[in-house]
Design a protein around this ligand. Structure first.
Ligand code: AMP
Ligand code: MG
Length: 419
């Protein structure tokens, strides 16, 4: 049973905010799939997006073969009771088939993957027969076609095997190899420029002075983009300076299909991001009814799609996963599947104020009874990036929920292995 306790809130939106699903829909429907494709060698196709369907021109397996090491013979020789002794007349090994024809009363030694010899249709595994010189005794209780892998059982000549929009994982690489396909047509990688904004930010190789912090967002963004499989253009840290911000946006729009920035989208005095985007682009500034990550900008700078993520490090990751990920996938030509969400019991109480959808950070694991359970990582503030590292999932709490009691069933979205 879900138990949510409504509480009075001082965090209620004054004006209606955009809800999470509405924002996802607006963003994914505003962008188009890249039209550019390229042909790459099979290994280079790993993690790329297939652009043309794959139709098989062969059967896999290409010939009937044995699933076991054993003896092959014709099923007409199977005894209905008692036993039958067959004469061993040869062998069929993987890659070296038996060349003759097996007659009634005969059998051949056969190995796993070896072609089913002419005249045979059944294999009994070696542990289940008695061999005495050339005499092979089989018992009753077996059936026709036992241990035979049929031609085309995996893939048939003419089958549509893979469809455009599919990401090529190790399994697809193997399937393509099984069809003898050495090159594939994939979508060209989209180019994504990213930079951080803020006078307080320093690079990791610099020494911090009073009032400064390291730029961590550019590293989480780098990681998420890299895992997604886009071409990266890292533009570094852009100071809170009108000209620098404008130059950065112009350069990014010239070189990239999409731009991802962090910081400067909430209204702060020294943030020139909004001012510049009002001048250069068609960008909406939204307040999304989610926590973390309320402010978010989305739109276009010239032809480049722009994601203005908030500055707080946890908000960056949460908004990237929820919004930038499905939108960039759409641009990449990747079929977007709904993120996996499972309902599990939460072991801990959760604090929540009604009004926004919470993406609290949690740890999803199996308890001693073998059941999946989730617990909060503890401190849920949007600047606590270490919590994102401790967590393996978001605990998604609906907009209208208040505090949650331990034992409540909650929606959990795993984010390790999400991409
Ligand atoms: P802003 O939206 O620019 O006002 O930033 C909100 C908060 O996020 C501030 O505490 C910033 O210092 C912090 N922040 C902004 N950008 C970064 C970044 N690249 N790395 C780490 N923290 C950041
Ligand atoms: Mg800032």
């Amino acid at each position: 049973m879900n138990k949510s306790i409504p509480v009075t809130s001082c965090d209620k939106p004054q004006t209606p905010w955009l809800n999470v699903n509405e924002a996802i829909n607006r963003m994914t429907s505003a962008v188009k799939k890249t039209q550019e494709t390229e042909v790459v060698a099979l290994r280079d196709a790993l993690n790329r997006v297939l652009a043309k369907e794959i139709i098989s021109t062969i059967n896999v397996p290409p010939y009937a073969n044995s699933a076991m090491d054993g003896y092959a013979f014709n099923s007409a020789d199977l005894p209905s009771s008692g036993e039958n002794t067959l004469t061993l007349v040869g062998k069929s090994f993987a890659g070296i088939p038996f060349e003759g024809k097996v007659k009634s009363g005969e059998c051949v030694r056969i190995m796993t993957g070896a072609q089913i010899a002419n005249g045979t249709d059944t294999v009994i595994m070696q542990e289940q027969v008695q061999v005495n010189g050339n005499a092979v005794t089989i018992k009753s209780g077996h059936c026709k076609n036992e241990n035979v892998r049929h031609i085309g059982e995996d893939i048939k000549d003419g089958d549509t095997v893979l469809k455009p929009g599919q990401q090529l994982t190790p399994a697809e690489l193997g399937v393509l190899a099984s069809l003898g396909i050495a090159e594939v047509t994939v979508q060209k990688q989209i180019r994504v420029a990213f930079f951080s904004t803020g006078d307080e930010l320093r690079n990791v190789d610099e020494t911090l002075e009073e009032g400064q912090i390291y730029d961590s967002n550019r590293y989480t963004i780098f990681g998420m983009l890299k895992n997604l499989g886009v071409e990266l253009i890292d533009m570094g840290i852009i100071p809170d300076d009108r000209q620098a911000v404008e130059d950065a946006f112009k350069q990014a729009a010239k070189n990239a299909d999409a731009i991802v920035t962090s910081g400067g989208v909430s209204v702060g005095e020294a943030d020139y991001v909004k001012e510049t985007l009002d001048k250069l682009g068609k960008v909406d500034f939204w307040k999304i009814a989610m926590k973390p990550g309320k402010p978010l900008a989305f739109g276009f700078v010239d032809d480049a799609v722009f994601f203005g993520l908030p500055g707080n490090p946890v908000s960056v990751m949460a908004t990237f996963y929820q919004f930038a990920l499905p939108t960039l996938k759409t641009m990449m030509g990747l079929n977007i599947t709904k993120a996996t969400v499972v309902k599990v019991a939460c072991k801990t109480d959760l604090r929540k104020t009604p009004g926004r959808t919470d993406f609290q950070r949690g740890i999803l694991q199996t308890n001693e009874q073998g059941e999946l359970v989730v617990e909060s990582i503890g401190m849920q503030a949007s600047h606590v990036l270490s919590g994102m590292s401790k967590a393996n999932c978001f605990i998604i709490l609906p907009q209208d929920w208040g505090n949650v009691e331990a034992g409540t069933l909650v929606d959990v979205q795993p984010f390790r292995g999400l991409m």
